[in-house]
Design a protein. Structure first.
Length: 463
């Protein structure tokens, strides 16, 4: 029996042999199976991002419905999911080769039902203590951790030449969950959608009636659908199986830590701005109903991530990443001119426009840096194993294993931006009354990343 004929056509089974670099295999069966797994992964990851960023929409409304939390506490609630996310992405980076992509995607999607259901009940009782919201926020971080396992899983399915595009689609459309949530949550809280299931209305101080629980409960039926799709529609790859011991050596690779810094500056900015932008805008321009506009930045950034992966496949990830950091540095400097202060009212239109450019470039850079990670680790691992006398099969297996582990682990570092950016905004506002101090730190960091990208990867004598 040929190797390609042993591939099962139906989902929900373990594929024993997988050869994406084999052109004949890819065209006959591999492409179709990989595409099916990719699109189910996209749907589940999109839902995960919706849950991860729930508090970016909920926190803005908590005091409106009768809670009495400080601005720092509200910023903390938007940041805490990313703390849990960053910590959990480390073990999530290694789970796919141990448990399999189908099993883990189904499980990690199903457990997101817990924070969604709990948050829906918590917001209806103004006696709910801040500590309970802290716990729920940390549980929402499980959703963000799904990114590490999802990207690692998809990297196994696609050949090297198509990984940038595939990872860009998975990550970019998954990131779209942030804007999907921020767009639909404000609409959903305007109606008593779940009144029959215990959803009660809350009356704001201005007389507005809202159903804040809908922001969380809206995603419950979709999470159930995503869990079923993953279990019955995805595949586990036997060739991706490896132990934790086989994956841990990736932590010794210098490029892991270099690329982690670059990814923190791109994806960390995207998710950090997504978490904190609404609260930041509310503090600077309180007359603007920001939830009507907050979704657009994450929307543009998510679409840009897909474009960043595809552009990197065509022009090279290093070029795209370097140009991206230059633009982010320039527009970070422009942001200071848009802020209110020192007798100036500031300009919301200019503030919003600059942030939209930052969102777009953070998304582009997320796609291009992930393409760089995939290319760098595949190439270096293949060369190293062959230089040590290893067989082609051993080199391919180790290259795929290390690439998947690197993608997941680096994504854990990037997720930390979702905590630090809102927290730095909150600290800067508490100390000086302005976010300018935080933006100075971000500007310096982007300049550092321009230098790192050029010195390590961009110049002619670079590694």
């Amino acid at each position: 029996m040929s190797q390609t004929s042993s591939i099962p056509l139906k989902g929900g089974t373990v594929i024993q042999e997988w050869q994406p670099e084999n052109a004949e295999f890819w065209q006959q069966r591999g492409k179709r199976i990989a595409s099916r797994n990719l699109w189910i992964s996209v749907f589940c990851l999109l839902l995960a991002f919706c849950v991860w960023m729930l508090f970016s929409a909920v926190a803005v409304n908590l005091n409106k419905v009768g809670f009495n939390f400080t601005t720092e506490q509200l910023f903390l609630l938007t940041a805490l999911p990313s703390v849990a996310c960053a910590l959990l992405r480390v073990p999530y980076s290694f789970v796919i080769p141990i448990f399999g992509g189908r099993r883990w995607t189904a499980f990690s999607t199903a457990i997101l039902l817990i924070p969604c259901l709990w948050l829906g009940f918590a917001v209806q009782d103004t006696r709910t203590p801040f500590s309970i919201f802290v716990i729920i926020a940390l549980m929402c971080g499980c959703a963000g951790a799904n990114f590490a396992s999802s990207m690692g899983n998809i990297s196994f399915f696609f050949p090297r030449a198509r990984q940038g595009g595939a990872l860009g689609i998975n990550g970019g459309l998954g990131n779209l969950g942030v804007s999907v949530m921020q767009f639909f949550a404000p609409l959903a809280i305007s109606f008593g959608i779940f009144s029959a299931f215990g959803g009660g209305a809350q009356t704001a101080a201005n007389g507005e009636v809202i159903w804040l629980e809908n922001a969380a409960w809206l995603w419950v039926p979709f999470l159930i659908v995503g869990t079923l799709l993953a279990w019955f529609g995805m595949n586990d790859l036997a060739s991706s199986k490896s132990s934790l011991r086989e994956q841990l050596p990736v932590l010794k690779r210098p490029h892991l830590w270099i690329m982690a810094v670059l990814y923190l500056a791109t994806f960390g900015s995207f998710i950090g701005f997504s978490a904190g932008f609404a609260m930041l805008s509310k503090t600077q321009f309180p007359d603007i109903v920001i939830l009507k506009y907050a979704f657009f930045g994450p929307f543009l950034g998510a679409l840009a991530r897909s474009a960043g992966g595809m552009l990197s496949d065509k022009f090279g990830g290093v070029r795209v990443t370097l140009l991206n950091f230059i633009v982010m540095t320039f527009f970070s400097g422009l942001l200071f001119m848009t802020l209110p202060g020192e007798g100036q009212a500031g300009s919301f239109i200019a503030f919003y426009s600059v942030f939209m450019v930052l969102f777009i470039n953070a998304g582009l850079g997320s796609g291009s840096t992930f393409q760089m990670i995939a290319v760098i680790f595949r190439k270096n691992t293949l060369e190293r194993v062959k230089a040590e006398g290893g067989s082609d099969a051993a080199a391919q297996h180790e290259a795929v294993t290390e690439t998947s582990a690197a993608l997941g682990f680096i994504s854990a570092i990037g997720a930390a931006g979702g905590f630090f950016i809102p927290q730095m905004f909150g600290m800067s506002l508490a100390m000086t009354g302005s976010p300018a101090g935080a933006m100075k730190v971000f500007l310096a960091f982007y300049l550092l990343c321009v230098a790192i990208t050029w010195l390590v990867y961009g110049r002619k004598k670079a590694a």
